[in-house]
Design a protein around this ligand. Structure first.
Ligand code: ADP
Ligand code: ADP
Length: 225
């Protein structure tokens, strides 16, 4: 699945803030990191791709199909948020299976699939635990499993490591990257952490005041900083 943004612009109502003429092509299985300071438009970009915010001009397309009129839950996009956004009253397994339940997958199949994904993120033994009993890093792995469970057409990672201790962050960077590659998931990673972007991404782009400045591989950036 490829994700294409073609001249996407968006203004918040009554405001000049938003996104301005953003064009970006994320190829199948590619991880593109978007860096930029607070207020540069990173969340706005993810909200438009996910459909949480609507009313942009330009085109947002998944595998060539325009998403503008596709409601959030039909876009088939997996999301991971800084704050995990798990359901605290549900077990780990039920959290991972949640998106499948919404999509009316049968109970046995969604349990099987959720258990399989928990195994992949290294939490197979934690299926019946309450989410609140898990560490931050574990909760973020549950969130990743939940995002992948729906077999997403694109994966959006919104500051997925920002809430975690530095000691956990490094390990989870590697783990998220290797799982993303294993699933060949077309991924947008938003972060304010430049090093994280350089370590994890195939290509890195920068947002400033709602505009995308440049896009380059980490190697290009290291060699020509
Ligand atoms: P980032 O995620 O990079 O911190 P945002 O996408 O949240 O940036 O915000 C981009 C710009 O749009 C900022 O100037 C912000 O103040 C403004 N903005 C964000 N949300 C709204 C909103 N609901 N209404 C008006 N302005 C907003
Ligand atoms: P982030 O930087 O992680 O996007 P913020 O704390 O900037 O988060 O924003 C939190 C919420 O407030 C978002 O939903 C955003 O759309 C909204 N928001 C941000 N800036 C503005 C603004 N200038 N006016 C109205 N809402 C805003």
């Amino acid at each position: 699945m490829s994700l294409l943004l073609d001249n996407v612009s968006y203004n918040y109502p009554g405001s000049t803030h938003g996104l301005h003429d953003v064009s970006l092509d994320v190829r199948t299985g590619e991880l593109v990191a978007v860096i930029g300071p607070s207020g540069s438009g990173k969340s706005t970009l993810l909200k438009l791709v996910s459909g949480l915010e609507t009313g942009h001009s330009g085109r947002i397309a998944l595998d060539g199909a325009d998403m503008s009129r596709t409601p959030v839950h039909q876009r088939h996009i997996g999301m991971v948020f800084q704050s995990y956004a798990l359901f605290p009253h549900l077990s780990v397994l039920d959290n991972v299976a949640y998106g499948l339940k919404l999509r009316k997958v049968a109970v046995a199949e969604r349990r099987r699939r959720a258990q399989e994904l928990l195994g992949i993120v290294g939490l197979g033994e934690y299926a019946q635990r309450a989410v609140a009993q898990l560490s931050g890093g574990q909760q973020q792995r549950v969130a990743l499993a939940r995002a992948l469970a729906i077999d997403p057409r694109a994966l959006l990672l919104d500051e997925p490591l920002s809430a975690l201790d530095a000691s956990v962050r490094g390990h989870l960077r590697d783990q998220i990257r290797s799982i993303q590659q294993r699933f060949n998931a077309t991924t947008l990673l938003v972060t304010h952490d430049q090093e994280e972007a350089l370590v994890m991404a195939d290509r890195v782009t920068m947002l400033k005041d709602g505009r995308l400045l440049q896009i380059a591989t980490p190697r290009d950036i290291y060699e020509n900083p």
